[in-house]
Design a protein. Structure first.
Length: 385
């Protein structure tokens, strides 16, 4: 507890110093772009699956970075909230990854789809809110032995949120730099999970702060999945397609848009799903991508990859790889599921390498089938480096 108090006081001092530095003509007021990464092979670990998926079961040969998902922030104080199990799980997570062969980096992820975006909006809107959040995040990361911090804000809702996000990233990175110098420890990595494209349209148009991301973020993780799903009940679709000749909703478009926005390719760590989206076919004889459907299918519209493998085997399903979209789907009767398998994952990783990207990540650990997707991605990436 004494160490935690000391670290908290240190971070407060550093945050105040960063504001002085930002207002002064010093090197800290103009941070250099993050260094290029040699390669990121990452995945998110759902901490709520700790008992069925302990960190000791993760084959780190397939991963370089693993994200602890998730912690939330207090809507009043904007400090990191830990549930009663987090201390134990975090200790197991970081110590296991750091003593594994090969060693993997542990990143603490804040937010997620279940977090209230209004809390992030309120936090980022004031200097005091950002300060409290930054201080708390660094204290939590250092106390539990993490190598970095990940912000998963889904999603900034308007242009003001995006401007405030830019301020948050600038201040966060400045404090991280100074904390590293003061404590003589490696700087914590700064990662941000984002929409597949820098531009969002619903409920109103706004764009991510590309310049701030380029200058202050180490890892930018576009979530290149959930383009389609049960909320579009009338037709089947590839929910994580690499290419779409009919629209801009595709991974290739999103990656190109991030690059056009000034983000360095090596910062981009492309997201891939280890799950599929299901539909119920209107007519079992019409079963391609875009076939008429009557709503979501098995699993309430979602099947993890291990369940898809079981579905295919147990139902003698027809499996089709679609070259046009670089995606896979399978069907049996009126049951239809679109997903990524080893073939499409290998193609996507090759695409990422050809684009000069920094790497890839999976959502989520535990969804794979005997680590098939993780192994395929890792071997494909390593073969190109």
């Amino acid at each position: 507890m004494a160490y935690q108090k000391f670290l908290s006081l240190l971070v407060i001092t550093l945050y105040e110093a960063s504001h002085i530095a930002a207002a002064s003509p010093s090197p800290l007021s103009s941070l250099s772009p993050p260094p290029h990464l040699c390669g990121v092979k990452a995945a998110y670990w759902p901490s709520w699956q700790a008992e069925s998926l302990p960190p000791s079961s993760i084959p780190t040969a397939y991963f370089t970075h693993l994200f602890y998902a998730f912690v939330l922030i207090d809507p009043n104080t904007f400090q990191i909230l830990l549930n009663p199990n987090d201390d134990q799980w975090m200790e197991s997570f970081t110590s296991t990854l750091h003593t594994s062969t090969p060693r993997a980096k542990a990143i603490l992820s804040i937010g997620g789809a279940g977090a209230d975006p209004a809390t992030f909006s309120a936090m980022a809107s004031t200097s005091s809110g950002r300060s409290a959040f930054i201080q708390s995040s660094i204290t939590a990361a250092r106390h539990h032995g993490f190598d970095g911090l990940d912000l998963d804000w889904e999603f900034p809702i308007n242009a003001q949120d995006m401007s405030n996000l830019a301020l948050l990233l600038k201040e966060w990175r400045s404090v991280l730099n100074q904390e590293s110098l003061t404590t003589a420890t490696p700087r914590l990595l700064l990662s941000v999970a984002v929409y597949y494209s820098p531009d969002l349209s619903y409920p109103g148009p706004r764009a991510y702060p590309g310049d701030a991301i380029r200058r202050y973020v180490d890892i930018l993780s576009p979530m290149c999945f959930d383009y389609h799903g049960g909320w579009e009940p009338n037709a089947t679709a590839a929910h994580a397609l690499l290419y779409d000749g009919k629209s801009n909703v595709s991974t290739s478009y999103g990656v190109a848009a991030w690059k056009r926005g000034g983000v360095a390719p090596k910062q981009i760590v492309m997201g891939m799903p280890a799950y599929g989206r299901t539909w119920t076919l209107e007519d079992p004889n019409q079963h391609g991508i875009g076939a008429p459907a009557v709503g979501a299918g098995q699993g309430g519209g979602v099947l993890v990859y291990s369940a898809i493998v079981e579905f295919n085997t147990g139902n003698n399903a027809t499996v089709v790889f679609d070259n046009a979209t670089v995606s896979t789907y399978s069907y049996s009767g009126t049951n239809w599921v679109g997903y990524d398998d080893a073939t499409s994952i290998a193609s996507k990783v090759k695409f990422a390498m050809a684009q000069g990207l920094g790497g890839y990540f999976f959502w989520a650990l535990g969804d794979d089938s005997n680590w098939t997707l993780a192994k395929t991605a890792s071997m494909t990436w390593d073969s190109g480096n």
